[in-house]
Design a protein around this ligand. Structure first.
Ligand SMILES: CC(C)(COP(=O)(O)OP(=O)(O)OC[C@H]1O[C@@H](n2cnc3c(N)ncnc32)[C@H](O)[C@@H]1OP(=O)(O)O)[C@@H](O)C(=O)NCCC(=O)NCCS
Length: 337
């Protein structure tokens, strides 16, 4: 049997930290409001005057993941990059990353599944590996949100949530008969419901209206993310437990079998509510949001990397991940580290 496994993980965040207090110099907000509603204390943002973009952060995380996996970049057969903050509208940021890695010729695929992008990415990689088309795949989640946010009081409900960062994994195909303790990706489940597309989106610039795409009258804040926070919260706390249980029951596992839960980091209160509903003990949930905010496609690989580095995630542990985000999209992954 062919199965896939994680060979290594790496992450990167830009050095500059913005505390909640720092944000008060830009907009009417407070450390108390942000911490109480989201659990976020600080986030990393790229230097706003620099040309640093998503593929730069993705490159740093990729190099670290390759090193951790002890895999030479030339061994990579496919790059999958998930982001909602691409370097340019086209071509895909995966192509820019491929060029920065100096790997001409191999396929580079972008996926636009927002907060769920990393799980969609490892699921796609899993199919290519299991079908024997490729032997090693680099999957990256990377975001430079900070340059695309409304940093005035008008945008404060969204802007305080998001941070910049990147996480990457190298996945490889293995042949054999995996047993209970074999390190591998066990399953993934993916979902979307486009009826909710406009509950969290960036309307402009777009082509879904008559007339020129860049008409100035369309840019009255609609070029920044628009979010119905309460609807997002309600559906996230409903869909994340559902999809998590889908992974567990397909694998014949229970919540008690899971050693560590590495969820998407949208809001600490969402993860607390998911854990409470499922009666998951707090110490089994690995959260990083207080330090990084929501780094969208990067939260899960960044969380895995932090958990490995801190010794919280050890070889042989059973890990469950779940994510929810714009689209709406939601997904889960169950893996033996
Ligand atoms: C965004 C979120 C924290 C807002 O919390 P909320 O309790 O729903 O807050 P509301 O939007 O009702 O706003 C309450 C008040 O705080 C104000 N407010 C909003 N953002 C603020 C900020 N950053 N600082 C201070 N006040 C703020 C609002 O203007 C509103 O003021 P008003 O009562 O005078 O009108 C919450 O809805 C949430 O986390 N939703 C999920 C979002 C998410 O996860 N997005 C990522 C998806 S992957």
């Amino acid at each position: 049997m062919i199965y896939s496994k994680f060979l290594g993980v790496g992450s990167y965040v830009p050095p500059r930290v913005w505390t909640n207090q720092d944000l008060t110099s830009l907009m009417d907000t407070s450390d108390e409001w942000i911490q109480q509603r989201t659990g976020i204390k600080e986030r990393h943002w790229v230097d706003q005057d620099s040309a640093t973009c998503t593929s730069d952060l993705a490159l740093e995380a990729s190099v670290r993941a390759l090193e951790a996996a002890n895999v030479k970049k030339e061994e990579i057969d496919l790059i999958i990059l998930a982001t909602l903050s691409p370097d340019h509208e086209f071509p895909g940021t995966g192509c820019f990353l491929q060029s920065k890695l100096d790997l001409p010729g191999i396929p580079a695929l972008d996926i636009r599944q927002q907060c769920t992008g990393f799980i969609y990415g490892i699921s796609i990689a899993d199919q290519f590996l299991k079908s024997k088309q490729y032997k090693k795949v680099l999957v990256v989640g990377a975001e430079v949100h900070s340059k695309g946010l409304d940093k005035t009081t008008r945008g404060r409900d969204v802007t305080v949530l998001f941070g910049d960062g990147a996480g990457a994994v190298v996945m490889g195909a293995e042949e054999g008969a995996p047993d209970e303790k074999t390190s591998r990706l066990i399953n993934t489940f993916l979902h979307a419901d486009g009826r909710f597309a406009k509950e969290l989106w960036v309307p402009e610039p777009g082509l879904a209206h008559p007339g020129p795409r860049m008409a100035p009258e369309r840019f009255d804040g609609r070029e920044y993310p628009q979010m119905n926070g309460k609807t997002v919260f309600t559906y996230a706390t409903k869909k994340m437990p559902e999809v998590l249980m889908e992974s567990l029951s397909a694998a014949g596992k229970t919540l008690e079998d899971v050693d560590l839960f590495i969820f998407h980091q949208a809001n600490l209160r969402i993860n607390e509510m998911v854990a409470k509903q499922l009666r998951i003990p707090e110490e089994k949930v690995y959260n990083t949001i207080s330090r990084f905010g929501n780094t969208t496609a990067a939260t899960i690989p960044l969380g895995i990397d932090e958990a490995v580095k801190s010794g919280r995630l050890k070889k042989g542990m059973l890990v469950a991940s779940a994510a929810f985000g714009a689209g709406f999209t939601w997904a889960s992954a169950l893996y033996r580290w």
